[in-house]
Design a protein around this ligand. Structure first.
Ligand SMILES: [Zn+2]
Ligand SMILES: [Zn+2]
Length: 426
């Protein structure tokens, strides 16, 4: 095209664009939402007051509805009250850490958000995260399993994990619907799961968006890491054969957070995996194939600020859990204040371990607590009480280490905490 013609064309297009502009409507003024309370970056615990001021310029209208949420649901409606909108929110319903306090109104242009820090103490909730129905090789149907887990076994958290290859589209739809229906934050948390089942080894997948997963283990690791789902090595035996002898995989370490640890052999597998470099928390789910969902012999204690699906999924992703052969033994283990499951990134000078045990049953006294450093017992605390506290200090050699505790009750029941990983400064 000759240059002159091109210039004319550009000119015409430009004129057209300018000509179109006056026709565009001047934006109508919009109410401005100002968060009065809390303040940006404020630390919130428990029930928190929220106060919103609405500045309405001339020509703008007041909102008819205002909602607030911490990073999303649950949403709390605010009430208009002498020039302000107010509400109280329960901050224990969402995970600890930085959260966006989002204010949304019936005018999509009149929204705002600020960052706050949520910091609530962790409580323990008891879960079974590995169970089957007739959708694979167990009995009965998901609706019955959830009813049983909630009302008979009285679990706090339940996840049904039928074998992935056995589940068809109708069954997968039902598994998800039943879990979503059964979930009631504050009372009972349920989410759907699947057991990826290969000769190579079995892996549970929690709350996956799809039932289609690659058959090759390395491809599976990649897909799981990309999907951001939490997964678990199931029944690893002593760890020398299952899951390729637990050969370390960097992408695998990003996708697998849990491993079943319920007896001596699986403890060996757990230590083997940790020594190979995996970052895993022990899980005590039972893998029942009978109609006794949750009324089993081992469970998982999950540490979370409150019983909500968001909190529980977040806690599992952060490895904030322990395996327990006792149905109600509360165990916390911290290193330098960091929860079990955490990786302390700042180098430390010494390791201050603290264990708190509380079992509501008179007969379930703690007999001993063993502190493991890099898979070896380095200190033992003998006890004879149902509520037991132990604090101790170690000064390991410079470099990377992990610590966890194993608790033995007077009746022989065992509990394993998730490790805390530390780097000891030179
Ligand atoms: Zn299995
Ligand atoms: Zn299974």
């Amino acid at each position: 095209m000759p240059r002159i013609l091109l210039s004319i064309l550009v000119l015409l297009v430009a004129q057209h664009a300018t000509a179109a502009q006056p026709a565009a409507k001047k934006a109508t003024p919009v109410a401005k939402i100002v968060v009065v309370q809390p303040q940006a970056d404020q630390q919130l615990t428990g029930t928190a007051d929220v106060r919103i001021k609405v500045e309405v310029p001339e020509g703008a209208t007041d909102p008819n509805a205002v909602y607030v949420g911490l990073g999303g649901a649950p949403w709390t409606g605010l009430k208009q009250d002498s020039g302000e909108w107010t509400a109280q929110i329960d901050t224990t319903l969402v995970p600890n850490g930085t959260q966006k306090l989002i204010v949304t109104t019936d005018n999509k242009r009149a929204n705002t958000s600020i960052n706050v820090t949520v910091a609530n103490p962790l409580k323990v909730f008891f879960a079974d995260l590995h169970a089957h129905t007739s959708y694979s090789d167990g009995t009965l149907i998901p609706a019955v399993a959830h009813e049983y887990a909630r009302n008979i076994a009285k679990l706090d958290v339940f996840c049904l994990t039928d074998h992935q290859a056995a589940v068809d589209d109708n069954e997968w739809l039902d598994m998800r619907e039943v879990a979503f229906d059964a979930n009631e934050d504050g009372t009972f948390v349920a989410f759907p799961g699947l057991e990826w089942t290969k000769k190579w080894g079995h892996i549970n997948i929690y709350d996956p968006k799809t039932r289609i997963w690659p058959a090759d283990p390395q491809e599976f690791y990649k897909a799981a890491a990309e999907a951001g789902v939490t997964t678990k090595f199931n029944h690893p035996g002593d760890g020398t054969v299952s899951h390729d002898g637990l050969a370390y995989s960097e992408v695998g370490d990003k996708s697998v957070e849990l491993m079943e640890v319920r007896q001596a052999k699986e403890e060996q597998a757990f230590i083997r995996a940790l020594n190979l470099g995996w970052h895993l928390a022990p899980d005590g789910s039972d893998d029942t194939h009978s109609p006794n969902w949750g009324n089993v012999k081992s469970w998982t204690g999950i540490l979370a600020p409150g019983l909500t699906k968001r909190n529980i999924l977040d806690a599992l992703a952060r490895r904030h859990c322990y395996s327990t052969l006792d149905r109600n033994c509360v165990l916390t283990f911290t290193v330098n204040g960091a929860s079990m499951g955490d990786i302390i990134s700042e180098p430390v000078k010494e390791v201050k371990a603290a264990v708190v045990v509380d079992d509501g049953d008179e007969n379930d006294a703690t007999a001993k607590i063993e502190l493991f450093e890099d898979g070896v017992v380095v200190q033992t605390h003998e006890a004879d009480t149902t509520d037991c506290r132990w604090e101790t200090t170690c000064t390991p050699k410079p470099g990377k280490h992990y610590f966890f505790v194993k608790l033995t009750q007077a009746d022989g029941n065992l509990l394993w905490s998730a490790p805390v990983w530390v780097t000891v400064a030179e």
